[in-house]
Design a protein around this ligand. Structure first.
Ligand SMILES: Nc1ncnc2c1ncn2[C@@H]1O[C@H](COP(=O)(O)OP(=O)(O)OP(=O)(O)O)[C@@H](O)[C@H]1O
Length: 247
């Protein structure tokens, strides 16, 4: 059964070679972002996340909200395994689908087909599962014969379509979404939203970072508010007309 557990988790980024004093002074005045601390003479630490505790179970639909730099993306990347916590305990059970920086991990010299395989392997699927899924992923992408060409020959929108199609094909236990991943032209966007509805409905646990009220109301039942790298409030989100959730 899927679960996400964070206990007093911290995530610090060491910044080397910055002009610490002036950086500290400038950021101290900022209204957004995590806390900044001078550590030693040459290293500045950005506390992206501090003392974050959260326990999620199947059926949880969480909207991460907060100002720019509050720590939403850092938290999603941490749960996705892209970052390691620098403190506390993190435990994730289940297959994770990170729809974060959708273009991340693309091999520009590999063909569209080869990148679908790479994305499937990254999502923890077997070669057999990927081969079975290939025709449906190719069809959804609408890229036709371009799938035989290296991805470096694609437009940005074509690359996004390819990766979105591959990333959203497989059902997910822990679905992590950063806003702005619905991509492509008008026609593709409509299909992408339909695809997302299905994926969200099947997912065990959902976490979406978004500034858009309509997205939060459509998909989420609870808002986790972040500020300065900390969870500062948990609030219910009123019922939406989003997809039905399988529990
Ligand atoms: N790779 C990095 N190196 C250094 N600092 C970072 C890095 N990534 C994030 N941070 C810092 O961590 C803090 C949280 O950033 P994060 O991207 O998680 O915010 P966010 O809530 O997703 O913001 P937004 O709404 O603008 O996307 C910020 O202060 C940011 O400067």
């Amino acid at each position: 059964m899927a679960s996400v557990l964070l206990e007093n988790v911290a995530l610090d980024f060491p910044i080397y070679g910055s002009t610490t004093q002036s950086l500290k002074r400038r950021v101290a005045k900022a209204l957004v972002g995590g806390a900044i601390e001078k550590s030693g003479s040459k290293v500045t630490l950005v506390h992206a996340l501090s003392d974050v505790s959260l326990a999620l179970a199947p059926g949880d639909r969480i909207g991460l909200v907060g100002h720019n730099g509050a720590g939403k993306t850092s938290l999603l990347r941490l749960i996705a395994g892209i970052y390691e916590p620098t403190g506390g305990r993190l435990e994730v059970v289940g297959r994770i689908t990170p729809l974060l920086d959708i273009g991340h991990g693309v091999d520009p010299d590999a063909t569209g087909y080869e990148n679908i395989v790479l994305r499937g392997l990254y999502l923890g699927r077997s070669r057999r599962e990927i081969d079975t899924a290939m025709p449906a992923i190719a069809e959804f992408s609408g890229l036709g014969d371009f799938l035989e060409l290296p991805v470096r020959t694609y437009s940005a929108g074509m690359t996004s379509r390819l990766l979105f199609s591959a990333s959203t094909h497989f059902p997910s236990d822990v679905l992590l979404i950063d806003e702005g991943i619905v991509v492509g032209d008008e026609d593709f966007q409509a299909r992408a939203i339909e695809r997302l509805d299905g994926l969200v409905g099947q997912a065990g646990i959902l976490m979406i970072s978004s500034h858009a009220t309509d997205i939060l109301e459509r998909y989420c039942t609870k808002a986790v508010r972040m500020a300065g790298g900390r969870i500062v409030a948990t609030e219910p989100i009123s019922a939406s007309e989003g997809p039905e959730v399988a529990s």
